[in-house]
Design a protein around this ligand. Structure first.
Ligand SMILES: NC(=O)c1ccc[n+]([C@@H]2O[C@H](COP(=O)([O-])OP(=O)(O)OC[C@H]3O[C@@H](n4cnc5c(N)ncnc54)[C@H](O)[C@@H]3O)[C@@H](O)[C@H]2O)c1
Ligand SMILES: O=C(O)C[C@H](O)C(=O)O
Length: 356
């Protein structure tokens, strides 16, 4: 009799021939080498990226594989998941990586996850608004959220797919229909607006962007992106021309990238950075770290709208506290009214997509 470890090794070798590059893929029948490896024993969280083979998904997978709070990383896409999974899984960091390809593997990708990050969907081309993506992305987000409701209803969801002002209401309606909606756990990712605001404000002030924090409230499209320059930390003053320049640039930062990429997509690298920063904040909150505050588009009573982005405190159960807008100046009050008008329509459009 051969010892069973020898037999297993032979089976693994044979399987590697048949399935040479995909030992981490769902459906691989040999030994799961990555799953078998000792991982240094660090406890961590299970994170899934849906749309992991895309422009955002790939660098985000890389950044999440580098996050020491992640113990298991599931990479799901309808195309190219095996290649991205094989590639990322060779990084010598702690997280175990597994790949999942196509709808039949969605449930296994989601089961047991603590955090699900969704960058699945089509990006803009020059001349398009984010709302022009609604027809394709709304259906994608609905399907993925139905999977979350079924397989990991307690997971925190970070929703990146545009138009965020509508996809977050879509996700909320899907979860309500399934009876799993927890408003604290559904977070629209607006971190890129804050990242851009910090960068552009730091340029104007001539300081290091890491020392600047600009609250950006409202939503994630055009005039709904409302930077509160009167509340910049550290406290700073701007001329009216600077306020106008900065507000326009922050509101149109996405379009600036879409135009520069000239038809090949929208922000992917800065977005992956922003998504990884936000996901890390969520994980630190889950772990019990205190004082984690980020802006996010969430279910909110801060205005009369059902969803709104403001600063939130992230904790063990998600967005545990939602902060009010704080004092606004006249320019910001006018901006807020414009933002609310557009937001109301985008939110309703998302709700109607599921209810009607
Ligand atoms: N919230 C933000 O700040 C922000 C910033 C940048 C981009 N975005 C949005 O993120 C989305 C993705 O952008 P990108 O540049 O990565 O696009 P991309 O086309 O490069 O990648 C999208 C990925 O989603 C996958 N996908 C499509 N349908 C899917 C499904 N049903 N299930 C799983 N995966 C699916 C595609 O196969 C692709 O790999 C776009 O909607 C874009 O507008 C949001
Ligand atoms: O602008 C886009 O379409 C992508 C994203 O929302 C962004 O702000 O970069």
């Amino acid at each position: 009799m051969q010892p069973s470890s020898d037999v297993n090794r032979r089976i693994a070798r044979l399987a590697a021939h048949l399935h040479p590059s995909n030992p981490q893929m769902e459906g691989y029948f040999g030994l799961r080498r990555a799953n078998c490896r000792a991982k240094g024993g660090a406890p961590g969280f299970k994170v899934a990226i849906l749309g992991a083979a895309g422009g955002i998904g790939q660098p985000l997978a890389l950044l999440m594989k580098m996050n020491p709070l992640v113990s298991v990383l599931h990479l799901y896409d309808v195309v190219n998941a095996p290649g991205v999974t094989a590639d990322v899984s060779h990084m010598d960091t702690g997280a175990v990586v597994r790949g999942f390809l196509g709808q039949p593997q969605l449930e296994n990708a989601l089961t047991g996850m603590d955090l699900v990050i969704i960058p699945a969907g089509v990006p803009r081309k020059p001349g398009m608004t984010r709302d022009d993506l609604f027809n394709i992305n709304a259906g994608i987000v609905r399907t993925l959220c139905e999977g979350i409701a079924k397989c990991c209803p307690n997971a925190i969801v970070n929703l990146i797919s545009n138009p965020v002002n509508s996809t977050v209401p879509i996700a909320a309606e899907v979860f309500k229909k399934a009876g799993t909606f927890d408003p604290k756990k559904l977070l629209g990712v607006t971190t890129l607006d804050v990242v851009r605001a910090n960068t552009f404000v730091a340029e104007v002030l001539g300081v290091d962007p890491r020392e600047v924090n600009v609250p950006v409230v409202g939503g994630h499209a055009g005039v709904t992106i409302l930077p509160l320059l009167s509340q910049v930390n550290p406290s700073s003053s701007f001329t009216p021309d600077e306020v106008k320049y900065l507000t326009d640039r922050i509101q149109n930062g996405g379009t600036e990238v879409v135009e520069a990429k000239a038809g090949t997509g929208s922000a992917t690298l800065s977005m992956a950075y922003a998504a990884a920063k936000f996901a890390d904040a969520c994980l630190r909150g889950l772990k019990g770290d205190a004082g984690i505050i980020e802006c996010s588009f969430v279910t909110s009573a801060v205005t009369e709208l059902p969803f709104f982005a403001t600063k939130v405190r992230l904790g063990r159960i998600g967005a545990e506290e939602i902060f009010p807008l704080g004092p606004l100046n006249e320019f910001e009050r006018i901006g807020l009214e414009k933002a609310k008008k557009e937001l109301a329509e985008s939110i309703q459009k998302g709700i109607n997509f599921i209810r009607k």
